[in-house]
Design a protein around this ligand. Structure first.
Ligand SMILES: *Cc1c(COP(=O)(O)O)cnc(C)c1O
Length: 388
């Protein structure tokens, strides 16, 4: 990878050392320019008219995303964020009393809140799969827990903190063997990790644009396997998701876009498409290699400081590096770094409650690296906190 070239194409690298890529990455020029140009065109010619001019280009977003995750264009729905995508998938499942949901210790708060919300209406059983010795969802424990009442396996692939990468491919094999639905929260993995929905074997996967994909805020997508589609029933529809065919009838679309609604931010969608092209051109395997290498370097540097504890788990760790510093609140560390234009974020217990409680953590500092970060930047961050 030509890191200098990639940084030149990323204006933000001149202004900040950005380690909040798990929050929102710095977009490349091409993404920002695409959005701005489209908005200007809308302002001049009208929103509907501009969309109509760019119809094919907008349409290509589906195949671009599909190809990137090894899916088909009709298996992609564009939504405003990963949560909206995940919720549409989850609430389209017809749960019955007594059905079981198997989920991970690292589950994202919004997902778990919705298991609890569902349980207010349907008497589902929420079973949390324990971790293995590495801190990953235990595949052997999951195998033991399977049974006829398991309706859904719902797993966060890469959690918002802790460096963990859950073994979603091995979990997928079990889901396939038992013929139950399998939903993957790929919010932190798409754009960082080589996500291949066929290899994972999932029925549904949700993702966001602004995190590792380097797309704009307010974009996300949902993958729905076309074989799983007939089993799902979207919780609400509009005139884009379905057609009003008679006083007593309507006809739903027969592709993943039945989960969309009509109004969309086309400027942002085209920005997202450029971001996916950009990642695809670089090669997701190269991206993953570079990110994990930098993250390991950072863990090494941080571990060398006696006051620091790296709080990451898992066998193969990702670009999200989390740590605590003896005697300092996470926010103080974030503030100190921010004064030097170094961006990190913090993560508190209520983002991943089960995991953080089990490990007795209240909060962590999160430094999430991207391929455009440099070793020099890593060194600078550590030196600002712990001057030699
Ligand atoms: C950020 C995040 C989400 C939510 O994504 P949005 O695009 O903000 O809706 C879901 N799951 C995980 C693991 C996340 O890190």
């Amino acid at each position: 990878m030509n890191i200098d070239g990639l940084r030149n194409a990323t204006p933000g690298t001149n202004d900040v050392n950005h380690f909040n890529n798990a929050g929102a990455s710095l977009p490349p020029h091409i993404v920002t320019d695409t959005i701005i140009n489209y908005l200007k065109e809308e302002a001049r010619f009208g929103g509907y008219e501009t969309a109509s001019r760019h119809r094919q280009s907008i349409e290509d977003t589906y195949s671009t995303i599909a190809q990137f995750i090894n899916a088909e264009a009709n298996e992609i729905a564009l939504l405003e964020n990963a949560t909206a995508a995940w919720n549409m998938a989850f609430f389209s499942i017809g749960f019955d009393d007594g059905d079981r949901i198997l989920t991970s210790m690292a589950e994202y708060a919004s997902n778990f809140i919705n298991y609890l919300k569902l349980r207010e209406q349907v008497d589902v059983q929420i079973d949390v799969i324990p971790n293995d010795q590495y801190g990953q969802t235990s595949v052997s424990a999951l195998r033991e827990m399977m049974g006829p009442r398991v309706k859904l396996i719902s797993i966060t692939h890469i959690p918002t903190n802790s460096g963990l990468v859950n073994p979603v491919e091995a979990i997928g094999k079990i889901a396939t063997e038992h013929n139950c639905l399998y939903l993957v929260d790929g919010c932190q993995s798409v754009g960082q990790y080589p996500v291949d929905v066929e290899k994972i074997g999932c029925d549904m996967l949700s993702a966001t644009g602004r995190k590792y994909l380097r797309g704009p805020r307010g974009t996300g997508f949902l993958y729905i396997n076309s074989d799983a589609l007939p089993q799902l029933n979207p919780p609400f529809l509009d005139l884009h998701a379905a057609e009003w065919t008679g006083q007593e009838t309507y006809k739903m679309r027969d592709d993943a876009r039945q989960f969309e609604n009509w109004e969309a931010n086309y400027a942002a969608i085209l920005g997202l498409k450029e971001a996916v092209h950009y990642a695809d051109d670089l090669g997701i395997t190269n991206i993953w290699k570079r990110i994990t290498k930098l993250a390991e370097k950072l863990r090494e540097k941080l571990s060398a400081v006696p006051a620091v504890t790296v709080q990451d788990i898992g066998q193969n760790r990702c670009g999200i590096v989390t740590f605590t510093v003896d005697g300092y609140a996470a926010n103080d560390i974030k503030g100190t770094l921010s004064e030097k234009n170094i961006n990190v974020s913090t993560s508190s217990q209520n983002s991943t409650l089960l995991d953080m409680q089990q490990r007795n953590l209240k909060e962590v500092i999160r430094a999430s690296v991207h391929y455009y970060n440099t070793e020099e930047e890593l060194g600078k961050m550590v030196n600002v906190l712990f001057p030699k």
